[in-house]
Design a protein around this ligand. Structure first.
Ligand SMILES: NC(=O)c1ccc[n+]([C@@H]2O[C@H](COP(=O)([O-])OP(=O)(O)OC[C@H]3O[C@@H](n4cnc5c(N)ncnc54)[C@H](OP(=O)(O)O)[C@@H]3O)[C@@H](O)[C@H]2O)c1
Length: 309
């Protein structure tokens, strides 16, 4: 079952798919979408102080009327503010007594990761959060050092993961696996949203055809084949249903996973091809008008240069 909960190294369990409230949702009142996501079956909500969506997640949780134990809530520590203060502010925004998962959002901006992690261990000990983890830790030495000098090993590492960056992420993923750290994958739909028309499309389509799924669902099955939690989002009810229906699909075969890996290793399509594919009709039209004006003015300028009088 592709969306069965996953065991963490601290004995807790994490739902295999999360509804994210960052990326294009951040800084917006998205209460209605979170409510809809919970209603449709998402139990895992991913937010962050930086997204400014905690209060909307809090509203949606309250509206849902669900017992606290039926939801899994993740938020992320930003930087600068003392951790003890920040976690209490997050809990107040969310209207919760505890978080299921608390992550250091961007360790590259944290002056001393080891010291910050000690504070994380403390908020866990105090019962304010069940599990603690990191996000965007891509440096193997940094992670090994953190584990070596800490009492608690991070339960998760939330990173960008899709077929086009998998080969780059492989060494940090292997290190996570060695220490039983669950990888959470965000922006996995990049082959569809950011790099359409690339080498990964063909193996995605082939697997989608075999199992009667969509390419989106195949990407999520690929994420699960890598052992990672899917962290995605959408404002569309149809996409919510499509994402959750992954639970009913069979796993990809080893050959399908290998052919997606091999296609991903070729890299995404070139910037210009991708830009053109992502442009809507209005943008394409504007491009043609701008291009024509550029050529006319260019020709006019050249004419003036050649025949100044
Ligand atoms: N830790 C970090 O630093 C970090 C960084 C980035 C993100 N995140 C987390 O991960 C979450 C998801 O990130 P993401 O948005 O990059 O994830 P994603 O799963 O790669 O992309 C989701 C987007 O894909 C679009 N989409 C779905 N199906 C599509 C299709 N068939 N064609 C075109 N577009 C389609 C959705 O748009 P529609 O609304 O139109 O369906 C949605 O905006 C964030 O909300 C956040 O919680 C964390």
């Amino acid at each position: 079952m592709p969306l069965e909960p996953i065991s963490l190294n601290d004995g807790n369990k994490i739902p295999a798919i999360a509804y994210g409230t960052g990326s294009k949702m951040k800084f917006h009142d998205i209460t209605q979408y979170i409510e809809q996501a919970i209603e449709m079956g998402f139990s895992h909500i991913d937010t962050a102080v930086f997204y400014q969506t905690e209060k909307y997640v809090g509203k949606a949780i309250k509206e849902s009327g669900l017992a606290r134990s039926e939801l899994f809530i993740t938020t992320k520590y930003p930087r600068e503010v003392p951790i003890q203060k920040s976690v209490k502010e997050s809990l107040a925004n969310l209207g919760l007594q505890y978080l299921d998962l608390y992550l250091i959002h961007q360790p590259q901006f944290i002056p001393d990761l080891v010291e910050a992690w000690k504070e994380f261990e403390k908020v866990q000990q105090d019962g304010l959060v069940k599990s603690i983890g990191i996000s965007n830790v891509l440096n193997v030495q940094q992670l090994e050092h953190l584990i070596k000098v800490s009492k608690v090993t991070p339960a998760v590492n939330q990173i960008e993961l899709h077929p086009y960056n998998y080969h780059k992420m492989k060494s940090i993923m292997d290190t996570c696996s060695k220490h039983n750290i669950v990888v959470e994958a965000y922006s996995s739909l990049a082959p569809i949203t950011t790099y359409p028309g690339g080498p990964v499309d063909a193996p995605l389509r082939a697997a989608a055809h075999r199992i009667g799924a969509t390419p989106t669902q195949v990407i999520f099955l690929w994420v699960r084949a890598k052992g990672a939690v899917i962290v995605t989002t959408t404002t569309s009810e149809a996409h919510m249903a499509e994402y959750l229906a992954v639970a009913e699909l069979p796993a990809l075969t080893d050959e399908e996973v290998a052919s997606i890996d091999a296609a991903g290793a070729k890299g995404p399509p070139s910037g210009i091809v991708t830009r053109l594919r992502l442009m809507n009709t209005k943008e394409k039209l504007l491009g043609v008008v701008a291009g024509t004006m550029f050529m006319v003015y260019g020709a006019f300028g050249l004419g003036r240069l050649m025949y100044p009088y």
